[in-house]
Design a protein around this ligand. Structure first.
Ligand SMILES: *Cc1c(COP(=O)(O)O)cnc(C)c1O
Length: 644
């Protein structure tokens, strides 16, 4: 954990803030620290004159009477990412002289929100960009959303009879619907139903690849992968289709070696392996039209451009180059036609477009406020000793020695207390003095030769915890589940030097509800410098890159439920360059309780009865009773998060 030097620097500039929060590194041009110290969004890269001040967004949210925390969605970022991917494939295909086209699909599992899918479909219409579903519920959604007859509908995941029937219905409606076989028995099921309904299906098979992705999801590839057919199963599948007169239904080869691929080498290897299988099948007489390379295009969450789990060592252009040129090379060598290239990028389409805006509602200091520490006659020698130490900490030449002595006194004091040798009051004095000493030690350690481990430990123990009005389990599930790093940035005051080292904790009753991995100048840090908070002024933080998976995977821990959302559109003619197009209200207490099988109406009735009883007994005034009844009902209808 690298040491942070907090500065009370009067010369602090927004460049210092950029160095600290590294916004340009992770934001792909969509966010930056503005000249007034606020965070700015530039959602439409084709019109960089439109810049949105996050402070203005916060003001407008307040004016609309929407409570925080809030998910802010930038629809223009979503559109821009869809265009970027499709244009990158188109221009690379053109430059390479690749003799076929790209037809991408958006896997809706990454973010199934209707508004998100609608925007992706709309932005992708001119590219014939399609949708991918991985479950029956997703298929039902995709059937309603993907009405472009020139785009693909790709169906992955395990399938039952109903799933197959729905797929064939979609095909009958004229949509290019490809059923991807994940295990052999699905093939026999599909053939049976296709015969029964007399429909010629479009079939893909998913190949279990020998190459594994590197990163958190590497088990999606390799022989122990959950999905896909082995080479011999693929050959058997092809023969089976031939025997049943469906050889020409075999259209697509699919592979997906994992999400968030951190190392470009695994992309190269999988393309090579996939292209070889495609070529061989071609030579066996199965003229497949499509090769679907799956998802995996990573996001540089921590801004390091490395093979860290939360990063990737390549760009979108490099990824696309490797697919197009890699495919071309193998096909030319093997003298087979270039297939239509399909990819299923989800994370890269959606991660940037949404963020969570939350306020800091309190500071939890590591060591409270302390007690008066003046000398008292007859006090224990340990108290006197540590007081003496505290009086010399400012001058003493060797603060490492002071650090060790103070730590030892504190340990001895705890033992002495347990043995009833010192009183609770004396222990409190010793603790107070100990923390006073540590603060000086930390300040002075920065210009002395202090052991790095101890210095880091000291920094962490002395850091604060900022209590934020949100739930990690709802809004940043992967930070908890798989140690995903997400960028956190104050939305204002970045033209001031931050003065408080802190980690972030949420409002759930769970000690895991915290964020303690942050982007820093030298790798990751357990603490992040933030500005001091005051009673009068709000302090808002943004949690970024939450648009992929985080947005939709949240759970109901402590019944906090979904967040309020605002959907932002850029608009050149608007004085603030944006407008809120839609507000989606988050979960009310009633909503989350109903999901857990409660009946809010009868709960309100039961509480009312209890209040009425009190009124009847004369223990409460009738007017007061009515007020409490209304209050309980209002709370049921209200937002689950803190009202600040
Ligand atoms: C999850 C998944 C994707 C999306 O992967 P990203 O890394 O988010 O692009 C694509 N295809 C399949 C089969 C998946 O399971």
């Amino acid at each position: 954990m690298p040491t942070r030097t907090l500065s009370n620097d009067k010369n602090w500039t927004i460049e210092d803030a950029e160095d600290l929060y590294r916004v340009k590194r992770w934001s792909d041009g969509y966010f930056e620290v503005g000249e007034n110290g606020n965070l700015f969004a530039t959602p439409d890269p084709t019109n960089t004159k439109m810049r949105i001040d996050m402070q203005a967004v916060i003001e407008e949210i307040k004016q609309e009477g929407i409570q925080f925390p809030v998910v802010v969605r930038f629809h223009d970022i979503l559109r821009s990412q869809v265009a970027r991917l499709n244009q990158t494939f188109a221009s690379t295909i053109e430059a390479a002289g690749y003799k076929n086209r790209y037809m991408g699909v958006f896997p809706i599992k990454v973010n199934q929100m209707r508004e998100v899918v609608e925007e992706v479909v709309d932005a992708g219409a001119s590219f014939d960009y399609g949708l991918e579903a991985g479950s029956k519920a997703e298929l039902l959604a995709v059937m309603a959303m993907n009405t472009n007859l020139d785009s693909l509908t790709i169906l992955n995941g395990y399938k039952d009879q109903e799933f197959m029937r729905l797929a064939l219905l979609n095909l009958k409606l004229g949509r290019k619907t490809l059923v991807v076989i994940e295990k052999f028995s699905e093939l026999t099921l599909l053939v049976k139903i296709a015969k029964e309904l007399d429909i010629r299906p479009l079939i893909g098979v998913r190949s279990k690849m020998t190459v594994k992705g590197r990163g958190k999801w590497e088990s999606s590839g390799g022989e122990r992968a959950k999905f896909g057919l082995t080479i011999s199963e693929i050959i058997n599948a092809a023969r089976y289709l031939e025997e049943h007169g469906f050889a020409d239904s075999f259209k697509l080869l699919h592979f997906h070696i994992g999400s968030q691929l951190t190392d470009i080498r695994s992309v190269k290897e999988s393309i090579n392996e996939g292209a070889m299988i495609y070529a061989e099948l071609h030579k066996m007489g199965f003229a497949l039209e499509y090769v679907d390379v799956g998802g995996g295009l990573g996001i540089d969450y921590d801004g390091t451009k490395s093979t860290n789990d939360s990063s990737r060592n390549y760009s979108m252009q490099e990824y696309v180059d490797d697919i197009v040129y890699g495919m071309q090379q193998v096909c030319d060598l093997e003298q087979v036609p270039h297939p239509i290239i399909v990819s299923e990028s989800g994370r890269a389409m959606t991660a940037h477009h949404s963020c969570v805006v939350t306020q800091v509602v309190g500071e939890i200091k590591s060591h409270g406020s302390g007690v008066p520490t003046h000398a008292k006659s007859g006090e224990h020698i340990l108290v006197t000793n540590i007081r003496d130490l505290s009086e010399m900490v400012n001058q003493h030449h060797n603060i490492q020695e002071i650090f060790h002595d103070a730590s030892q006194y504190k340990e001895q004091a705890l033992d002495a207390f347990k043995l009833r040798v010192i009183s609770l009051e004396e222990l409190a004095k010793i603790e107070t003095l100990y923390w006073q000493i540590m603060e000086v030690v930390q300040r002075r350690s920065q210009d002395q030769d202090f052991a790095a481990d101890e210095s880091d430990e000291l920094e962490f123990t002395l850091s604060s915890q900022y209590l934020c009005n949100f739930s990690v389990f709802q809004s940043a599930a992967d930070t908890w589940a798989i140690d995903q790093v997400l960028p956190v940035v104050p939305l204002t005051r970045m033209n001031e030097a931050p003065t408080v080292n802190c980690s972030l904790v949420d409002i759930t009753c769970d000690s895991d509800g915290k964020l303690d991995q942050f982007i820093s100048e030298n790798g990751l840090s357990n603490v992040i410098p933030m500005h001091s908070i005051t009673e009068q002024d709000d302090y808002f933080l943004g949690l970024f890159l939450t648009g992929a998976y985080q947005d939709v995977m949240g759970d109901m821990h402590n019944l906090f439920g979904r967040l309020n959302e605002v959907h932002i559109f850029s608009h050149d003619d608007d004085p603030k360059d944006f407008y809120i197009e839609e507000v989606v209200h988050g979960s009310s207490v009633e909503d989350v309780l109903s999901i857990m099988q409660y009946h809010p109406k009868s709960m309100a009735y039961d509480v009312k009865k209890a209040i009425d009883k009190h009124v009847a007994k004369g223990q409460m005034q009738p007017r007061e009773g009515v007020k409490w009844t209304d209050f309980y009902e209002d709370c049921l209808k209200g937002y689950t998060y803190l009202k600040v």
